[in-house]
Structures are given as structure tokens and as C-alpha cells.
Write a protein that binds this ligand. Structure first.
Ligand SMILES: Cc1cc2nc3c(=O)[nH]c(=O)nc-3n(C[C@H](O)[C@H](O)[C@H](O)COP(=O)(O)O)c2cc1C
Length: 356
């Protein structure tokens, strides 16, 4: 088995086991560029879009991606159509920023929402420069079905836009992650406390979007080691083991685990001695497993060859190498990433990287 062995996810047959990881690029000031950017990467087995907000209370940098009203359907349909015309397959990543919403860009007088009134550590680039993350308002239990419904509505729009499926963003310290981990979730109702209670929000969303799309068109991404904003959990092995078991029972399309064991860069890798989740998830979840986090050609081939995962998602390598799958196949050199153009701007550093 190699990165180039075909694989099935739901109804789709992928020509290879290479995924393009979800990456926010903040290019919606130039809507005509976005379909071109994704279509140029269509030789990946699976493309996953940048994270897309499902709620007006989920806002961050300008020109980022939304799916919280119908006006976005034609814009995203142009992306799905371009990828399909180029022979590719694409899932749309859906999320809610929760306590990481930009307080300076929220509708006047409103606070970010979260499971508990605990601020994320650090700052966000607000309208007039960097500001601290706000202390969020803890959601009332009776507001939660409304947010679950916003995910289902967004999934309906993704379907109307022609996406092959959606990925729920349960990673990187956003709202689903804030519910999962006990450092950010101090609730005493049925959405907090026990692992089953903290996973309830995610699983209700999985069930709601599955009712719209079918479970075999729903993926879930988690990042047990992400902790940059102070989020933490007291027992990640038990938490993510339970989540994997529950998602296995629901027969979702795939489980997407961010676990940066490929880096060898201490800053980004889990600290030494941290229990790794890949074997835990593999044991509990019988469906397709995608792994991400610092993978290279060699470590990607190895994790597939050893059968520890089914697909490898590449992030940064895909920014500078639209034809990454072909480059991996030919063992060709990679383009260098241009860091200043990663977020925002126009074609430069977005649609102008050369192919081999
Ligand atoms: C510019 C950039 C934007 C990203 N945006 C997202 C995002 O929207 N959603 C998400 O789940 N992860 C996002 N990530 C994380 C990547 O999906 C990936 O997990 C991470 O870059 C590690 O993989 P890599 O070492 O192959 O880049 C982003 C990463 C980068 C570099």
C-alpha cells in the first residue's frame, strides 16, 4: 500500500490517498480566484475546503468563508463545479468559532458564545489592530439546538452547492473543540461534565448533518494536541477514544486526526511522553482514517504502508504546490512557500505557483 493506492470513501473512489488539508486563505475579495485555486489541486484524492462559518456569531478576518446564508451557495457551487470538472472530489469544512470569534467584528452589542464564560488566551487581529479574545457568554442549554440547526442548514447549502460531503471542524480550539475539552467546558448540564456529555454537542451535530446528507458524506476533524489558546483536556485518550467509538457506530465517511508526529519540530509536535491518539482512534473507528500534521513524502508513505491510517492530508505543501500529488508521484522537488501571501491578498501566492 502506498500514497498512490486507490481508496473508497462513502460512494467515492479516490485515485490516491492524498488529501488537501483544510486551509483558510481569506481570498473572498476575489471570488473568481477561489474556484481556480481549488481546481488546480484536483489531482488530490480528496480536497477539503477552508473552514466555513455556519453562524453570524462566527466571524474572524475579512474575506473569510461563510455558509450562513443562501447568497454563498452560488459562490461555493462555482468551486465544487470547477473541482468536479477537473476530475476531483471535494468536501466543505463547516465550523463555528465560538469564543474565538473576533469581538470587534460581531454585530454591535453581542459577545462571542461558548460552552462556558472562559476566554481564550491570546489576541486576535481586530478591526483596529490586535485585541484580546473576549470573555464569551456561556450558551443557555435551550440555545444549543439552534446552533446544531445552523450546522444542518449549512450542510443543506453545501449539498445545494454540489459538494461531495462536509467535514465538521472539531479541531483547533473552535466551538466543537471547546465543548469537547474540559479545560474550556465547565458546564453542569447535559453538555458538560462527563465525556459523554461533552461529546453530546458534536454528536448532535453529526446526527443533524447526517440527516441532511447521509452519514457517508460526513467527516469529522479533531486535534487532541492543539492547545495554543490555553484549551486543554484532563484525559484525551478517554475523550477521543469515546468520540471515535461513537463516530464508528454512526458510520461516518471518515475520521480526520491532526496529530503532528511528522514534524520532528518540537514547537509543533506533541510534547515528549504525550500519549498518541492515532492507535486509539484506529482501534475504535473501523472506517477511513485521515491523518495530518507535518507529513512529508517519506512519513506519508510510511504511515500508509504500515496501515496505520488510510489517507494523509497535506497542508502547507499544498499552498505552494498545486500539483502536489504529481510531484509526490514523480519524486519532484517542492516549490518554496511565500509566507507573506498565505492569508489574504489576491492571485500572488494563491493561484500563481508553477506546476512541474
Ligand atoms: C494557512 C493555513 C490555514 C489553515 N486553516 C485551517 C482551516 O481552515 N481548518 C483546519 O481544520 N485547519 C487549518 N489549518 C491546519 C491544516 O489543515 C493542517 O492541519 C496543518 O497545517 C498541519 O499540516 P501541514 O504540516 O501539512 O501543514 C491551516 C493551516 C495553514 C498553514
Amino acid at each position: 500500500m502506498t500514497l498512490f493506492s486507490p481508496f473508497k470513501i462513502g460512494q467515492m473512489t479516490l485515485p490516491n490517498r492524498i488529501a488537501m488539508a483544510p486551509m483558510t486563505r481569506s481570498r473572498w475579495a476575489y471570488p473568481d480566484l477561489v474556484p481556480r485555486y481549488y481546481a488546480a489541486r484536483a489531482d488530490a484524492g480528496l480536497l477539503i475546503t477552508e473552514s466555513t462559518s455556519v453562524s453570524p456569531l462566527s466571524v474572524s478576518r475579512p474575506h473569510s468563508s461563510r455558509m450562513d446564508d443562501d447568497s454563498w451557495v452560488p459562490r461555493w457551487a462555482a468551486v465544487a463545479d470547477a473541482v468536479h470538472a477537473a476530475g476531483g472530489r471535494i468536501f466543505q469544512q463547516l465550523y463555528h468559532l465560538g469564543r474565538k470569534s473576533d469581538p470587534t467584528r460581531l454585530p454591535a452589542g453581542l459577545l462571542p458564545v461558548a460552552p462556558s464564560a472562559i476566554a481564550a488566551q491570546g489576541q486576535i487581529e481586530g478591526v483596529n489592530g490586535p485585541v484580546d479574545f473576549a470573555t464569551p457568554r456561556a450558551l443557555e442549554a435551550n440555545e444549543i439546538p439552534g446552533i446544531v440547526g445552523q450546522f444542518a442548514e449549512a450542510a443543506r447549502r453545501s449539498d445545494a452547492a454540489g459538494f461531495d460531503g462536509i467535514e465538521l471542524h472539531g479541531a483547533n480550539c473552535y466551538l466543537i473543540d471547546q465543548f469537547l475539552r474540559d479545560g474550556a467546558n465547565k458546564r453542569t448540564d447535559s453538555y458538560g461534565g462527563s465525556i459523554a456529555n461533552r461529546a453530546r454537542f458534536l454528536l448532535e451535530i453529526v446526527d443533524a448533518v447526517s440527516a441532511v446528507l447521509g452519514a457517508d458524506r460526513v467527516g469529522v476533524r479533531v486535534s487532541p494536541h492543539a492547545g495554543g489558546d490555553g484549551i486543554s483536556d484532563s484525559d484525551p485518550v478517554a475523550l477521543y477514544g469515546y468520540v471515535a467509538e461513537q463516530l464508528n457506530a454512526r458510520r461516518i465517511a471518515y475520521f480526520h486526526l491532526v496529530e503532528a508526529i511528522g514534524y520532528g519540530v518540537p514547537k509543533r509536535s506533541p510534547p515528549p511522553g504525550t500519549p498518541l491518539l492515532m492507535p486509539v482512534v484506529r482501534k475504535a473507528f473501523a472506517g477511513p482514517l485521515i491523518v495530518a500534521g507535518g507529513y512529508t513524502r517519506a512519513s506519508g508513505d510510511q504511515v500508509i504502508g504500515e496501515g496505520r491510517a488510510d489517507l494523509v492530508a497535506f497542508g502547507e505543501l499544498y499552498i505552494a504546490n498545486p500539483d502536489l500529488a504529481e510531484r509526490l508521484r514523480q519524486n519532484a522537488a517542492f516549490n518554496e512557500i511565500d509566507r507573506p501571501t498565505v492569508y489574504g491578498g489576491g492571485a500572488k501566492g494563491y493561484t500563481d505557483y508553477p506546476t512541474v
